[in-house]
Design a protein around this ligand. Structure first.
Ligand code: XMP
Length: 305
């Protein structure tokens, strides 16, 4: 475990040295990793830092408004509405690795575009150790590492937390007084809901995954999971009223973990599961089934793709 205070001093100096007197953009998602990286970078280079939040359309319910509110005091915050561009980039893409690459590439193009506007030469990212390990190995390309395109129009990418695990990032966030809403927040993957809908990403599937994830996060908060989520698996037969429906199958997943590298499916009581089922099927006429995922990591991963 790192000493958070020493880590902050070290990384603030390292960022200042890497960026020199140039400008940088920081990829902000509202999560603990990018918010912590932003706070470090802000201490290092002050208003030569431009935070960029990309609304990919793949975010959690209410995320864009929450980010707008949380960072309201940051005049330089750029919120980019890239929803159509991400959907276009993902049209027809069904392979999970190809999806991650399409998303990684689109993110970089959005950051490059703001960087040109504000004359920034560096990109700061909140990449953490497990993102790198999973991307370097054969597990999956995290959008911000293995998902990056080969040619990137930045002089450098700065990743102050590239050697930290999530629990260490939370300690650094507490050291920086980022507030518990940020430091204790449930992880959410950069590629967002795209890795929670199997196969092609469509607005219809995203809407189901977004609302269902919201229900699951809310209902399972009392279990204090590392992560709780919902995913859209495919279609199956069901019956609503007097009619046969061919509706979505939604998987509910809730896991305990220390660092995200391994995880255990949580035991959830029947009543809670039934309440989740009834809220999700009630919300969407076109959801036919809700199932609970009992698989640990390994052999599964936490996300579905
Ligand atoms: P998996 O699905 O690999 O997830 O068991 C482990 C942890 O990493 C998160 N995750 C990501 N985070 N970019 C990220 O920033 C990604 O591409 C990505 N993929 C997975 C996941 O939510 C979990 O916390």
């Amino acid at each position: 475990m790192v000493d958070p205070a020493a880590f902050v001093d070290e990384q603030v100096d390292a960022i200042a040295e890497a960026v020199g007197d140039a400008r940088a953009v920081i990829a902000l998602s509202g999560g603990v990793d990018s918010s912590t990286a932003a706070a470090l970078a802000y201490e290092a280079i002050g208003d030569r830092l431009t935070p960029v939040y990309v609304d990919t359309g793949l975010m959690r319910k209410g995320e864009t408004d929450a980010v707008r509110e949380t960072f309201d005091y940051v005049d330089s915050l750029h919120i980019v509405d890239a929803r159509d561009r991400f959907l276009d980039a993902l049209a027809g893409v069904t392979d999970p690795e190809e999806k991650r690459h399409a998303i990684g590439e689109q993110f970089i193009r959005e950051f490059e575009s703001v960087a040109r506007e504000v004359d920034a030469r560096f990109l700061v990212q909140g990449t953490i150790y497990p993102d790198r390990i999973e991307s370097e190995g054969t597990i999956k390309s995290h959008h911000n590492v293995g998902g990056l395109p080969e040619v990137v129009d930045f002089e450098g990418i700065v990743e102050p937390m590239a050697d930290l695990y999530k629990d260490e990032v939370r300690e650094v966030a507490r050291e920086l007084d980022l507030g518990s809403v940020v430091s204790e927040r449930m992880p959410f993957p950069g590629p967002g809901l795209a890795v929670r809908v199997l196969g092609e990403v469509t607005e219809e599937k995203l809407a189901v995954a977004r609302e269902a994830t919201h229900v699951v996060e809310e209902e399972l908060a009392e279990y204090d999971p590392w992560q709780a989520l919902a995913a859209v698996l495919g279609k199956a037969t069901g019956v609503k009223g007097d009619n046969r429906v061919h509706g979505w199958v939604v998987a509910v997943r809730s896991v305990e973990s220390r660092d995200g590298m391994t995880a255990r499916a949580q035991e959830i009581d029947w009543e809670t599961l039934q309440r989740i089922q009834s809220r999700i099927t009630g919300q969407h006429d076109d959801v036919a089934r809700v199932v609970y995922d009992v698989t640990h990591k390994p052999p599964a991963t936490i996300e579905y793709e």
